[in-house]
Design a protein. Structure first.
Length: 331
């Protein structure tokens, strides 16, 4: 049995199964409701049931004042739907709506991909998960090392597991430590989220995403979030690989293309110039020639400054308004 849930004041809709909490259903659907622990301890997911029936999904420790109970306030993490619902709830619609958080996390998994790429999986405490928007980044701190910043590569639908992508060819001391000495179970301090490289969910325009090397991370997060939201517009992903580097995690991209009717994946290998700089001319021509009508797209660029600038100018010259271009520069 499943039920239709409407959120006020945003007007967002999602579907909830009878055997899951309302909060779990909302997060699974890509919505950014206010929450913190997801276990009934903090009260951050408190919301008012305007219409419909709910029942307790599991025990909770947070005490809702009697006056608020009389107004049908509940913890969304601790109730499940027993009818279609209308709920008044706090919802993050922009980066400014997400509070800055400091959380002690543990290394849950270290996944080496080839010789030069590493996927770091961090687990937050169950009582203090990370709220973030797709496309944002965090800062990691470890004793005796300077802070390091990385884009989040995972979907906001699970704030308890944070995925980061690291590249060996970096002069960052934290990256060197991650490849050489970091182990599962080690503790780190995480602060975030930062950044405004977030998806415009209201735009009906086709989405074009262009990224280079390790800066695939925020694009991956955006794509997984768009899939969770079931956005109807088409998505075109162009992945650029510098000379000597690979399109790591291409299996994800091919799986998206196989599973989604409106998703197109196009990898491209860059050619180095004699001076050592990247030659983007051929890649720009390739992307422009295989994108929807340039003036009608939402463009998302993530990569080194010269790449972002080159593609921004090329699309603007073809008619894409600057307001439709969203950028994330390599950290």
């Amino acid at each position: 049995m499943s039920y239709q849930i409407k959120l006020l004041p945003s007007g967002h809709h999602f579907e909830a199964e009878a055997n899951e909490s309302v909060l779990e259903a909302a997060l699974r659907s890509g919505l950014n409701l206010s929450y913190h622990c997801n276990s009934g301890s903090c009260g951050e997911c408190k919301a008012r049931v305007v219409d419909g029936l709910v029942e307790n999904h599991h025990h909770y420790d947070y005490v809702i004042p009697e006056a608020e109970k009389l107004q049908n306030n509940v913890l969304l993490c601790s109730v499940s739907a027993r009818s279609d619902l209308v709920i008044e709830a706090m919802e993050a619609l922009a980066a400014k709506d997400i509070p800055l958080q400091t959380i002690s996390v543990k290394v849950a998994k270290i996944e080496l991909i080839g010789a030069n790429n590493l996927v770091l999986h961090l687990r937050t405490p169950r009582s203090k998960t990370l709220r973030f928007l797709a496309g944002q980044y965090v800062e990691l701190r470890l004793a005796n090392l300077p802070p390091a910043r990385f884009y989040i590569a995972s979907c906001p639908c699970n704030g308890m597991i944070i995925q980061l992508h690291l590249q060996r060819e970096s002069d960052d001391p934290f990256v060197a430590h991650a490849f050489q000495g970091l182990q599962v179970g080690h503790s780190l301090e995480l602060e975030g989220p930062y950044g405004e490289f977030t998806i415009n969910e209201q735009s009906p325009r086709p989405i074009v995403m262009i990224t280079q090397d390790i800066d695939f991370a925020p694009i991956k997060s955006l794509i997984e979030h768009a899939i969770a939201l079931d956005l109807p517009q088409s998505m075109h992903l162009f992945r650029l690989a510098s000379a000597g580097k690979t399109h790591y995690q291409s299996n994800y991209c091919r799986a998206w293309e196989d599973a989604l009717d409106c998703f197109i994946y196009r990898p491209f290998e860059l050619t180095p110039m004699a001076c050592g700089e990247q030659d983007y001319a051929a890649a720009i021509e390739y992307a422009l020639g295989r994108s929807p009508i340039e003036s009608e797209v939402s463009l998302y660029l993530s990569g080194p400054p010269q790449m972002v600038e080159a593609f921004s100018q090329a699309f603007i010259m073809r008619g894409t308004p600057a307001a439709h271009i969203h950028t994330a520069i390599s950290l």
